[in-house]
Design a protein around this ligand. Structure first.
Ligand code: ZN
Length: 578
């Protein structure tokens, strides 16, 4: 038995989690208040049988090691040390390969940073783009901005030539595999402006890539890799951390360009989350430097939602929170380009978050009539309810009472009736649930929970085209096992999966258990058929668009014919499923 297994066998997950939060039995599982978001109903599920814990609201959790990493804000190695000590398991000598793997990933990213930066210098147009956006050559250099050429192999060829292996580049997320059937690899970032993402210790661990012309997606990020966990990384923190400490304030803006423009204008404590909403892990990281946060998000619907979600998360973590109101509802980047003074002014005049909401609500709702006052009340109460101290609540209720020309006592009664999750808010809480697990992952949950239905999947899921890369291996392994035994033997599947992948299958099963309690077999079968149909539609659509793009760009007639043939096959498949 290896030492990880030994620790696992000595420390049931319910004991570990139970030593941090109170757990109550709920069917086969246990539940408690989630320690990773401001939870009002027990959302944190612990499955003793599967050895994992998970919150389906903020989508956080994992096995005992992951739980320790999250709650103690440590890396995997540190979590093993902590739990080894707790269980009295002796650790073998430290394994150098893992460290080596991380170093190679960082080295590959560093070489890519250099390559993209040099390509940018040699491309007047793209360099000019940044200059036009108001950046100085010094800023472009400082943030190591770059350009990924419009080629499927430029970076790959360059890095292979520099001594990296294909496997290392895949692991670093710099290249991608075409599909299950087609193992050939290609550059992930093509014809994009590149923004290297560093961890707070200044190691390049990923990229954001902005498209130059029209196209989707506007921003493409590196995938999560062993060294790049989006939920734990803050863009700009490596450049901002000293100033954050000095000024005792961290300013969250929305995008890479906002961060860079802020720094150039002297606001060197600006940072951004990239590719995720703000997470508890990121807040913990910030807490090392300051207890004061200001948000300068857009005041459009998405920005308001981001602010509110962030506020909900932050209110449990004893931060002082302010909002920077950017004049005329612009984003910081635009504002700075127009007038750095106006931006500076806005930063100086950051308002406490409730002041911001009061101002916003006064503008948003017409309080001269009853309907408007009701709407304002419904908007404000859940926000007020987020504050843990009665004193704070009282102050805001009195302020609200004054505006609504009513009595604060009446509002106290309304407040008691208000769930912390108001309608709009519960949407915000539900939203990540829908996105956090893909259709492919739901389907895997059903497959692992009900392998007897797998033949339906095998017969109907179109997998001759690229499917979701995250779940590809699971599907491939299931299919192989099924083809060789004409029934799906899960033990055969598990034999081919790594321990992490096996744990993932447990999470998928827990997902089904939690999201579809008391599901009948017929309902499961129906749901499986629905999922397969929508995955097929989604994948075919994606491939169709990709081919259309490639055909448009193809210059070689032979290649064009080849692409057209494949494109026609896709169209044929599409008519079949419709
Ligand atoms: Zn949670």
């Amino acid at each position: 038995m290896d030492h990880l297994e030994e620790i696992r066998s000595k420390l049931p997950i319910e004991d570990l989690v139970g030593s941090y939060i109170q757990l109550k039995k709920a069917g086969r599982n246990l539940k408690g208040l989630c320690p990773f978001h401001n939870d009002s109903r027990p959302s944190f599920t612990v499955s003793p049988e599967k050895g994992i814990c998970w919150c389906f609201v903020c989508n956080t959790g994992g096995d005992i090691f992951k739980f320790i990493q999250l709650i103690e804000n440590v890396d995997f190695r540190e979590s093993v040390k902590i739990l080894a000590q707790r269980t009295g398991v002796k650790l073998p000598a430290f394994r150098p390969e893992a460290q080596d793997e991380r170093m190679r990933t960082v080295a590959a990213n560093r070489a890519a940073v250099k390559f993209f930066a040099e390509t940018l210098e040699n491309s007047k147009n793209h360099y000019g783009y940044f200059l036009n956006r108001g950046l100085t050559p010094e800023t472009i250099e400082k943030f190591r901005l770059g350009f990924a050429p419009d080629s499927y192999t430029a970076l790959k060829d360059h890095l292979l030539g520099a001594g990296f292996t294909e496997k290392e580049l895949l692991l670093a997320g710099l290249i991608s595999q075409r599909s299950i059937a087609d193992k050939s690899t290609y550059d992930r970032f093509r014809n994009r402006l590149t923004f290297p993402i560093y961890d707070h210790q200044d190691s390049p661990i990923g990229f954001g890539g902005r498209i130059v012309a029209e196209g989707e997606p506007k921003y493409l990020n590196s995938p999560d890799t062993p060294t790049y966990a989006k939920s734990l990384v803050i863009y700009g923190l490596n450049w901002a951390k000293e100033t954050i400490k000095k000024k005792d304030l961290a300013i969250f803006v929305e995008g890479y360009m906002d961060v860079i423009a802020c720094h150039q204008a002297g606001t060197e404590n600006a940072i951004a989350v990239s590719g995720t909403a703000l997470t508890p892990g990121q807040l913990k990281l910030i807490k090392r430097y300051t207890g004061n946060i200001a948000f300068a998000f857009d005041q459009d619907a998405a920005g308001m939602e981001a602010t509110r979600r962030a506020l909900e998360l932050v209110s449990g973590g004893d931060f002082n929170v302010k909002v920077i109101i950017v004049p005329e509802g612009k984003d910081p980047d635009d504002c700075i380009r127009e007038s750095p003074e106006k931006w500076e002014e806005a930063v100086k005049n950051a308002v406490p978050v409730m002041d911001f909401y009061f101002e916003y609500a006064k503008k948003q709702f017409d309080i001269s009539d009853l309907e408007g006052r009701k709407a304002m009340l419904q908007f404000m109460l859940p926000l007020i309810k987020m504050y843990p101290l009665e004193m704070e609540r009282n102050e805001y209720l009195e302020r609200l009472a004054l505006i609504l020309k009513t009595d604060a006592k009446v509002l106290w009664r309304d407040l008691k009736k208000t769930g912390v999750k108001a309608p709009a808010q519960s949407e915000a809480a539900e939203a990540p649930k829908a996105q956090a697990f893909s259709r492919e992952e739901y389907l895997l949950g059903f497959i692992f929970e009900h392998p007897e239905f797998y033949p339906t999947v095998a017969d109907n899921l179109i997998d001759s085209i690229p499917i979701d890369s995250l779940t590809e291996k699971f599907y491939k392994t299931c299919k192989r096992a099924y083809n060789s035994a004409s029934t799906l033997d899960l033990n055969a599947v598990f034999g081919e999966l790594s321990p992490e992948e096996k744990e993932r299958t447990n999470l998928y099963r827990l997902l089904i258990e939690e999201q579809y309690p008391d599901f009948s077999e017929e309902a499961a079968e129906r749901e499986i058929a629905n999922l397969v149909a929508s995955i097929n539609r989604q994948n075919l659509f994606k491939v169709q668009k990709e081919y259309e793009n490639q055909i448009r760009l193809a210059t070689d007639p032979g290649e064009k014919t080849l692409l057209l043939n494949r494109y026609n096959e896709i169209l044929k498949l599409k008519t079949k499923i419709n």
